[in-house]
Design a protein around this ligand. Structure first.
Ligand SMILES: NC(=O)c1ccc[n+]([C@@H]2O[C@H](COP(=O)([O-])OP(=O)(O)OC[C@H]3O[C@@H](n4cnc5c(N)ncnc54)[C@H](O)[C@@H]3O)[C@@H](O)[C@H]2O)c1
Length: 373
């Protein structure tokens, strides 16, 4: 079988998980040839596991310039995603980036511009939830008109529970300098991507964001946001790290009915008559459109990171379309940055795309004066 010579940059929690799956033979269309990490202890851990089967580099740049790989998977903390991706792309390497695409849209836009100058290279995001059959089906239904024109979208995503002891592990997590945010930047990039992937991008956003309200952290742990879409539809988005067990419920209401995605299950309530038509023709006072409810079968398997890595390598080897193109990483981040910016500027509406210079200036203030490099 053809294999892509593959390098992992950042052998931390997620990088080592990917390596474990690769070594288990779960991604047969790639051959792990190199690992880079700036932390000698992490490199030693990799060497202990993999021995001489791969080459080791103490900087990402050394791996990128080594000629040992055709593709890299960037698994470092968020701020480093765009600069390392740019470096890899400019060195002729196919590049898969962990979520989030970056911390602020300006750096992600720069990354996307470099990728656009290299159409011969595959550039992808590790949005593993795009392999979840429930969301794939939801997107197909919504885009196929099953709920008609979207009127409301609500995502209650409160099952990202994190205890104080999780945050007390320290490191780059839950700091402005380390990751540029909290639950929005660390846990929610998946959901924000999925939200826009299924219902499209909002035109403006407003929010109320709470920082260190329930945990001793400087970044946000509780978020309530509202979105408005180009067609006038309204969305709400609520996330937190403190609810246990929490809820993960996406509801999309349209003129033809309602779709709910919850716990991997889909339920569609289809109206017999378009609500606009019902409202125009109904003359008997109290009453509402008749509907038929049904659970929608979800077929397929959630392949997560294995699915994304396999797809990325299939794209390189055979031209298979990417499940999550790299340039799409900016969309969820636009919403995330807009949620922050609204709160930082008094909670009013923030138009998308966000004012990047203002966002960067306010984020830099939180980082102590300048943005981390
Ligand atoms: N797609 C997902 O579901 C998913 C899941 C977990 C983490 N992530 C993302 O992966 C990234 C890493 O998260 P993690 O939990 O593995 O963090 P981590 O801190 O456990 O690992 C990061 C590793 O990168 C190394 N590193 C830092 N700077 C480097 C550099 N310049 N060059 C090479 N290596 C460097 C660190 O030494 C560390 O070993 C984050 O952006 C996170 O959001 C994605």
């Amino acid at each position: 079988m053809d294999q892509v010579r593959y390098g992992i940059i950042g052998y931390g929690k997620i990088g080592s998980q990917h390596v474990g799956k690769i070594m288990d033979g779960q991604v047969p269309n790639l051959r792990l040839t190199a690992i880079a990490d700036t932390d000698p202890a992490r490199l030693a851990a990799a060497r202990e596991k993999l021995g001489d089967s791969v080459r080791y580099f103490d900087t990402a740049e050394a791996l990128i310039g080594s000629g040992e790989t055709e593709a890299v998977h960037i698994c470092t903390p968020h701020y480093l995603h765009p600069p390392l991706a740019i470096r890899a792309l400019e060195n002729g390497l196919h590049t898969l980036v962990e979520k989030p695409a970056g911390v602020y849209t300006r750096q992600v836009r720069e990354m996307n511009a470099v990728a656009a100058r290299h159409p011969e290279l595959k550039f992808a995001m590790d949005f593993n939830q795009r392999t979840d059959p429930a969301y794939i089906k939801a997107r197909e239904l919504v885009r196929g008109g099953a709920v008609g024109e979207i009127v409301h979208t609500h995502w209650l995503i409160t099952n990202w529970y994190r205890s104080q002891s999780y945050y007390d592990q320290g490191g780059w997590r839950a700091t402005w300098k380390g990751e540029g945010g909290g639950v929005l930047l660390n846990q929610n990039p998946h959901n924000l991507d999925m939200w826009q992937w299924i219902v499209g991008m909002p035109s403006r956003v407003r929010s109320q964001v709470y920082y260190g309200r329930h945990r001793r952290i400087e970044v946000e742990d509780d978020v309530i946001a509202m979105a408005e879409y180009p067609n006038g539809a309204i969305g709400t988005y609520i996330t937190t790290v403190i609810d246990a067990p929490g809820t993960n419920r996406l509801e999309i209401d349209g003129t033809r009915g309602r779709l709910v995605v919850e716990n991997g299950k889909l339920h569609l309530d289809a109206l017999e008559m378009d609500e606009h038509e019902f409202n125009r023709t109904w003359t008997k006072g109290l009453g509402k459109p008749k509907m038929t409810g049904s659970d929608i079968p979800v077929e397929g398997v959630y392949t997560a990171h294995v699915g994304i890595m396999t797809n990325f390598c299939d794209a390189i080897l055979h031209g298979t379309p990417l499940l999550a193109g790299g340039e799409e990483g900016i969309n969820g981040l636009q919403i995330s940055n807009a949620i922050h910016l609204s709160d930082w500027t008094g909670g009013g509406w923030v138009d998308l795309p966000v004012d990047e210079e203002l966002f960067c200036r306010l984020l830099a203030e939180k980082c102590g004066g300048s943005l981390p490099q």
